[in-house]
Design a protein around this ligand. Structure first.
Ligand SMILES: [Zn+2]
Length: 250
């Protein structure tokens, strides 16, 4: 009987150790796979920065002229400025923990993730400040339109510099990061709007800067004050944000 008991204990021990071993191998394997996937993604984006912008309608590659037929407001230079502006608004809403503002600027999934992170920061009495964002460069990687759903998405790479640091909400003491050493960040961002659901975009009748009446010939810049003219209700939400490059500037 004792021998049987001993054997059983030994068996349980062996099976237990073997299971643990299998689980560990599986975790390591999954970790390795995730790292590999992440590296592949970063490399793919780095390659695309060097390639031409791709335009797609319903999955098929098209020219920018064809794409402008489904989005007559699309103009690379203006869209880059508009989306940079959008990114700044998102970062500002994030820094100030303005949930309502953030909700109008980002997609549902990104909002839920941001809300969770902001809540956990609030719980420990901290704020993540991202300030003095400076534009260094941009590249529109791709633009797609799906005629069935009305979804339009723009993938863009932004090279920016900023201060990024954690402060105590009560004392404003810096906990980590720095407000005098700039950080250079390369972001891969996806912005989207839904042409069928969102309010219809249109050209403004007056310049938002100098309020001068604009002619029907749409130019990118106001002929009176040279300010960039943005279409009204041409509202893109931030759907995805990933850091491709990051370095401390000295
Ligand atoms: Zn003007």
């Amino acid at each position: 009987m004792d021998i049987f008991k001993d054997n059983l204990a030994l068996m349980i021990l062996i099976v237990g150790c073997a299971s643990l071993f299998v689980i560990m191998i599986r975790i390591l394997w999954l970790d390795g796979k995730n790292v590999k996937q992440q590296q592949d993604f970063l490399q793919r984006i780095r390659n695309r920065i060097l390639e031409d912008t791709t335009y797609r309608i319903d999955g098929s590659v098209c020219s920018i002229a064809d794409f402008q037929k489904v989005d007559p407001f699309f103009q690379s230079e203006m869209v880059s400025c508009l989306l940079f502006d959008r990114l700044q608004s998102v970062q500002s809403a994030w820094s100030q923990q303005c949930y309502d503002q953030l909700r109008t600027l980002v997609g549902e999934k990104l909002y839920r993730m941001s809300e969770k992170r902001l809540h956990s920061l609030e719980k420990i009495g901290q704020k993540n400040l991202i300030t003095d964002i400076e534009f260094l460069g941009s590249k529109i990687l791709g633009a797609t339109y799906d005629s069935e759903t009305g979804k339009e998405e723009i993938e863009i790479y932004f090279d920016i510099s900023c201060y990024d640091y954690l402060v105590s909400s009560h004392s404003s003491r810096i906990i980590s990061g720095s407000n005098d050493q700039r950080l250079r960040i390369g972001y891969y961002l996806v912005f989207g709007r839904n042409q069928k659901v969102d309010q219809k975009a249109s050209w403004p009748e007056h310049c938002t800067n100098c309020e001068h009446e604009l002619s029907s010939n749409n130019t990118l810049l106001c002929p009176y004050c040279n300010a960039m003219i943005y279409p009204l209700h041409y509202d893109f939400r931030l759907l995805e944000k990933r850091v491709i490059e990051e370095e401390q500037l000295h």
